[in-house]
Write a protein that binds this ligand. Structure first.
Ligand code: MG
Ligand code: MG
Length: 273
């Protein structure tokens, strides 16, 4: 069922299918986190992901997506690459950071999440960028309430990042509605004033995905027509979760624990199960 502005409202049964897809995504990302190390190629990580997604009875949603068709099951974006990196022959080195984005479909329902992982020992600057970006994601998720407004999330993400230093928050790329397709209305920007945009209602599902640069937010698309990199060459991080709101609270569909631990530490009721 589609409501105002093309927003798809899911039934509880449909949300359960999205939880199944979200768990496949979450488990795939944990597998990749433990597989990512110096000496492995991004293409090898992609093969691990595709095998795990398919053997879980799911379908990788990125493969063949859009134009030109995305050729892989994950996005692998290293160092100054922010999002949409194409896996291939690149060998990960000690000191790199890699952002891995993953999507899976179960029975036609989607999950979408991303993590940034340190390879070996990385700089303090890189660790702090990753911490700030991941925490901003959770602050955004924690700001969502039934009856609240979409940009409450945007504002929480932006406020947290800005409170931590002179980081660049990408504005050209945003989070999104998700459900029977990976990308649906509404957009979920990572900056903005609170209290605007669609009302947050039960049955909505959104992907929140801050993309943060250590330098400027200005970015370029590389020759492969996909990879987005920072223009100034500064490091970037990307974290993402798919979530929904239930009458009990917030349910992070791509987190293995449903988000319970992080939400409760932020004083937000867990809405899952
Ligand atoms: Mg994603
Ligand atoms: Mg997404």
């Amino acid at each position: 069922m589609f409501r105002e502005r093309g927003i798809e409202i899911k039934t509880p049964e449909q949300i359960e299918r999205m939880r199944a897809a979200g768990l496949v995504v979450g488990r795939t990302l944990e597998l990749l986190r433990s597989s990512a190390r110096a000496g492995i190629t991004t293409g090898e990580l992609d093969a691990i992901a595709e095998d795990h997604i398919r053997s879980s009875g799911a379908v990788p949603s990125f493969k063949g997506y859009s134009t030109p068709p995305f050729p892989a099951s994950i996005c692998a974006s290293v160092n100054d690459e922010v999002v949409h990196g194409i896996p291939g022959e690149r060998v990960l080195q000690d000191g790199d950071i890699i952002s891995i984005d993953c999507g899976a479909i179960v029975d036609g329902w989607h999950g979408d999440a991303a993590i940034t992982v340190a390879i070996g020992s990385v700089s303090e600057e890189a660790l702090e960028l990753m911490r700030v970006t991941e925490e901003s994601l959770w602050r955004g998720l924690a700001a969502a309430r039934l009856g609240g407004r979409l940009t409450d999330i945007s504002h929480a993400v932006e406020s947290y990042v800005r409170s931590q230093g002179p980081y660049g928050i990408l504005e050209d790329y945003v989070g999104h509605g998700i459900g029977s397709a990976m990308h649906q209305p509404p957009n979920v920007p990572n900056v903005g004033r609170p209290g605007r945009g669609p009302k947050l209602v039960q049955g909505m599902a959104l992907a929140v995905e801050p993309m943060v640069a250590a330098g400027s937010q200005d970015n370029v698309v590389l020759e492969d027509d996909w990879t987005v990199a920072t223009q100034d060459g500064s490091l970037a991080a990307h974290f993402e979760h798919t979530f929904t709101l239930t009458p009990r609270g917030t349910w992070v569909l791509t987190a293995l624990d449903g988000g319970r631990a992080r939400l409760e530490s932020l004083g937000v009721p867990y809405g899952g199960d």
